[in-house]
Design a protein. Sequence first.
Length: 102
Amino acid sequence: MKHGRNTKTTSKRHASSNKIGRPDMQAFVGSLVGFGATKGVFVTTSSFTDSATKYTRSLPQRVIQIDGVRLAELMIEHGVGTRAYRTIQVQRLDEDFFSEDG
């Protein structure tokens, strides 16, 4: 990767009541600057405080925040750490059944 064109990630596993605040976000952004990264992804099992979100909007670096709800959605969408619960069969009409040639 070229210097200044890389992406860094971090993740924090917290209880839903323990939100990621601005100090955690500032520390992460400091590491982005230290590595010369232009993008960062911060993933948490909890959520972000309003001040952490507002802080990231004012930065020259692009920081994507993925909270616990979005993380679960992405896991389900991509089949990561999930298992099928129920399969639904969808029926459609067989038009050949009703044709005179069929």
